[in-house]
Ligand binder design. Sequence first.
Ligand code: MN
Length: 223
Amino acid sequence: MFSLPSLPYAYDALAPVMSERTLRFHHDKHHATYVKTLNDLLEKAGRPPQPLEEIVRQAVGKADEKKLFNNAAQAWNHAFFWATMAAKRGAPSGELARAIDTGFGGLAQLKDKMVAKGAAHFGSGWVWLTADASGALQVRATHDADDVLTKEGLTPLLVCDLWEHAYYLDHQNDRKGFLEAWFEALPNWEFAGYQFSAARGRGEPWRHPAPESHQDGRQARAG
Ligand code: MN
């Protein structure tokens, strides 16, 4: 059983780019529903507790596990998404800043690239900044629940949610405006720096909080 991870900041901390109203719907309804559906599917299948990363990687591409993949990946993507944002505006530093200069020509060019990629993406999905083991950065988009966990050798540094529920209450249909505002204010560059180091083999990348065993769950409920 997975728990819904709490937001790492207050509900109003990301306003005005993401209002408290948006976060209450997005975290407490959308994200919570993915976690609940995931737990229901795991329970019905009688599966032992497993890290969420393994569930996502095992289910990808399997026709009979499409629903499990969608809910597992969305549970992971949302928890990661919250972790990649910060209430306090920051800037990339150190070797990540240098890699952004090398890969894109600078932070402004990276912003243009992420905004363009996300704005042009058809339908729902996610826009990611990733690194490989050589430290090469890439901007890529994935459809619906698909993520970069399933792409061999890639570590995600940042992600932005392109589903309409992420921005419609605050920006209506202006996805491009949302992405510009998101990039300016919300990326957690310190977190992205840790992920970049992990991609290069120094330290561990972010992982979803582990599931509690069914027995732990019973004890917790009994207590
Ligand atoms: Mn979402």
